[in-house]
Design a protein around this ligand. Sequence first.
Ligand SMILES: C[S@@+](CC[C@H](N)C(=O)[O-])C[C@H]1O[C@@H](n2cnc3c(N)ncnc32)[C@H](O)[C@@H]1O
Length: 255
Amino acid sequence: MLRSFARRFRPLFEPSVARLQSWAARKQCSVQALMDIDEANLWFPPDFRDRFGGFHPPGQIRDVRRGFSLDRVRSDMLVLLLREIVVGQIPGAFAELGVHHGWSARLIHHYCPDRRFYLLDTFAGFAAADLKAESLAVGFNEKLAFQDTSVERVRQNIQPIGDTVAFVPGWFPDSATPAMRDDRYAFVHLDADLEAPIAAGLAFFWPRLAPGGMMVVHDYNAWPGARLAVDAFRQQHSVRAVPMPDKAGSVVLLK
Ligand SMILES: C[S@@+](CC[C@H](N)C(=O)[O-])C[C@H]1O[C@@H](n2cnc3c(N)ncnc32)[C@H](O)[C@@H]1O
């Protein structure tokens, strides 16, 4: 009864723009940065969350870890895509190419700790062969990026639950293990920045993706290599691609 009263008279209590602005300043975000289903949002709808689960599958509470302080849209996007995989009961393992410190891997693993999850990275930054193959010049600082990591550091960051996380160090695609080749996938995150590894990731994982599965390619609207690799792949294969408005403009490929 209290809720229906609140809903009916809500317009009377709608916050003014000035109040919203000061609230956003206090939270250090824009008003738009939190989705309505986020419990911290002013417009959070508890009835909707109770009925449909919000960030969680209905009737379940999953561990939602966020890690990108500069990109709330990206973490919300990943959580909601994983939710689709869970609710749709899409079978298969998960994989991430491009792990670095493991922030995206941590989010993915803790939302779905039961899935086998391959983590692929050189754990030593970009490979010279990939940098050489890049069609556009890569800056000096970018060449040195992502070297400050290791399997142990990522393990510490992720704190894996059980034994579903499999570290696959080395240069991809050569690093792909026999188990990975035999597996089928429900969710793949490609975040390797450069054209060559992203092209290799698409070629490797797309044929192994289950119907209803999805691949997220980060940087589609930010890094030329990511855009070139995805567009070349789309010219050869019939792939449904949905661009996303996260900071680096991911694209989701649906099977
Ligand atoms: C942008 S970082 C990944 C960031 C991470 N997904 C996150 O959001 O927390 C890109 C990573 O791709 C890895 N990488 C690039 N090319 C690779 C290749 N051919 N084989 C393995 N790892 C590669 C780099 O070592 C680097 O750690």
